[in-house]
Design a protein around this ligand. Structure first.
Ligand code: AMP
Length: 111
């Protein structure tokens, strides 16, 4: 989508701090991190949210998430995955992304 900020990042029109890329997805550091580790896993295909995904994409994101957890050094102490979805879910960018957050003890509940 032409006005989607993550599509622009994927096309190289907006700079990002990329930690991983393949033919289906990128992983970038969040521009406003809430923890020492805050990476966004973003499919290259513009899908608005998790409900709009095919099973193979969900499997790919999940598989690469496991690799990134190790690469980012949060495997041992733990981390949190967040998929904000829709207005009540607090989604601000309508292009599916998974927050991978860690590097400190995270509070709960989130609100
Ligand atoms: P959400 O509220 O779940 O839709 O999360 C959107 C996330 O995208 C927020 O954590 C933003 O800080 C992040 N974000 C927005 N623009 C950029 C950007 N240009 N580069 C990296 N992260 C971004």
């Amino acid at each position: 989508m032409s006005d989607c900020i993550f599509c622009k990042i994927i096309k190289g029109e907006i700079p990002c701090d990329k930690v991983y890329e393949d033919d289906k997805m990128i992983a970038i550091k969040d521009v406003a991190p809430v923890a020492p580790v805050h990476v966004l896993l973003i499919p290259k295909k513009h899908v608005p949210n998790i409900l709009a995904t095919e099973a193979d994409l969900r499997l790919h994101l999940s598989s690469k998430m496991k690799e990134l957890v190790k690469k980012l050094g949060v495997e041992e102490k733990g981390f949190r995955l967040v998929i904000n979805t829709g207005v009540d879910g607090g989604q601000t960018v309508e292009h599916l992304h998974i927050h991978l957050i860690g590097g400190k003890i995270l509070g709960w509940p989130p609100c």
